[in-house]
Design a protein around this ligand. Structure first.
Ligand SMILES: *Cc1c(COP(=O)(O)O)cnc(C)c1O
Length: 392
């Protein structure tokens, strides 16, 4: 099918909830994609941080195909090896005790919020279900995770939203204390606010929140849906912040493109969910779990060191372009945000880059880079070349 044919069908039958670029992606190889017209693109997006090992990785293909040929689904009323193996790999590497799998980031965060509320209910009874989140955060698109998201633009149309969320300012511990109360059970943060504009939290603030949580007996919940699975140069970003959260959610990059996610918990709240208190039909499905095992086996210490190096290289090279339309570059590992200055908006710059063969994301008012963690030097240089030429 050609772009025009696909676009016509899509326009006619698909709900218009996305503004799409005029490109129909057909296939990929690592950080290079080809559209239906045969044009090549460098991929600085990995979906939205999903294709962590790049497109069409051969080992991943084998792991997925082998599991699909054996067993694609079994209900959670039975055991299956991939679920248990993925759980062991995650808990061991993250220093957590237990995990529950789901299918997406929002669902993982819903599970994490439910976990916090039930933990508190079991210990203190009713009336302690409030979760403090940060302004400018993003936690998902379900009614509850929209309520958890600390941005007014997301609190629209879908009333009534789930109650029990209060918002504090990032990097301001006083602001967290100011919304504290007897009804609070947890604080939930992204360590690098992704959708909000790639804003890493300050280490001092994060450690302060961890201390506050310990003092007040609140759970410290970390949303690692975007920062997790090697993105920031550690398997999980919390490992760079010198803290151990009580629970951590993850999704995006965990299965290199298959829908997978979940929540891990430490000893304090690892036993909160008992039979019948939480569940999902698809969560932990064997094919996605086999993919996750492959991803986790691939992302070892050496791999993570390369993520750090490549992130630093991208930063240096973008800074060296000294383009008038770009400002400050921030982020961790290969999760980078670039400030946009001047007349044109980030969306206009992104559209122009796509038009010239580089896929890039926006976040807040800036540009965002989430390339496959496996991107090669040649692919980075080609993408950077397009950036320099197009934005000069
Ligand atoms: C993407 C994202 C989510 C939502 O994940 P979905 O898979 O789209 O539901 C939640 N939290 C953060 C930090 C994210 O980046």
């Amino acid at each position: 099918m050609t772009l025009e044919e696909i676009k016509a069908l899509d326009d006619q039958y698909v709900m218009h909830s996305y503004g799409r670029f005029p490109v129909a992606v057909d296939r990929g190889e690592n950080a290079t994609l080809w559209d239906t017209e045969g044009r090549a693109y460098i991929d600085f997006t990995a979906g939205i941080g999903v294709a962590s090992l790049g497109h069409a990785d051969q080992g991943w293909q084998r792991a997925v195909a082998a599991q699909a040929a054996k067993l694609a689904h079994v209900s959670n009323l039975f055991y299956a090896a991939p679920y248990a193996q993925a759980a062991q790999k995650l808990c061991t590497r993250a220093g957590m005790s237990k995990v529950m799998f789901g299918n997406s980031g929002a669902e993982a965060n819903e599970a994490m919020i439910k976990l916090a509320r039930k933990w508190s209910f079991d210990k203190y009874g009713k009336g302690r279900g409030t979760v403090i989140t940060l302004r400018n955060s993003f936690h998902g698109r379900t009614i509850t995770t929209l309520a958890a998201t600390g941005q007014d633009v997301f609190h629209n149309y879908f009333f009534p939203f789930t109650e029990g969320f209060r918002y504090a300012d990032a990097n301001d511990l006083d602001s967290v204390e100011a919304v504290a109360g007897h009804d609070v059970c947890a604080v939930m943060v992204e360590l690098v606010q992704g959708e909000g504009g790639v804003l890493p939290l300050e280490e001092k603030f994060v450690q302060g929140v961890a201390r506050l949580c310990a003092q007040r007996d609140w759970l410290f919940l970390v949303d690692e849906v975007q920062t997790g699975v090697g993105r920031t140069g550690a398997l999980f970003a919390f490992q760079r912040y010198g803290i151990t959260p009580d629970a951590v959610s993850f999704a995006k990059g965990i299965a290199n493109g298959l829908p997978f996610g979940g929540v891990m918990a430490g000893e304090k709240c690892g036993e909160v969910f008992t039979p019948g208190t939480h569940g999902t039909t698809f969560g932990g499905n064997p094919v996605a779990a086999a993919a996750a095992c492959y991803v986790l086996d691939t992302i070892d210490g050496e791999f993570l060191a390369r993520v750090e190096e490549k992130g630093a290289y991208l930063r240096e090279q973008i800074a060296a372009m000294a383009l008038p339309c770009l400002g400050e570059i921030r982020g961790l590992g290969m999760m980078l945000g670039v400030e946009v200055k001047g007349e044109r908006t980030n969306k206009e710059l992104a559209a122009r880059l796509v038009d010239h063969g580089l896929l890039i994301l926006t976040a807040g008012p800036g540009l965002r880079l989430l390339p496959p963690l496996t991107i090669t030097k040649e692919e980075m240089d080609r993408g950077l070349g397009i950036m320099k030429e197009t934005l000069s």
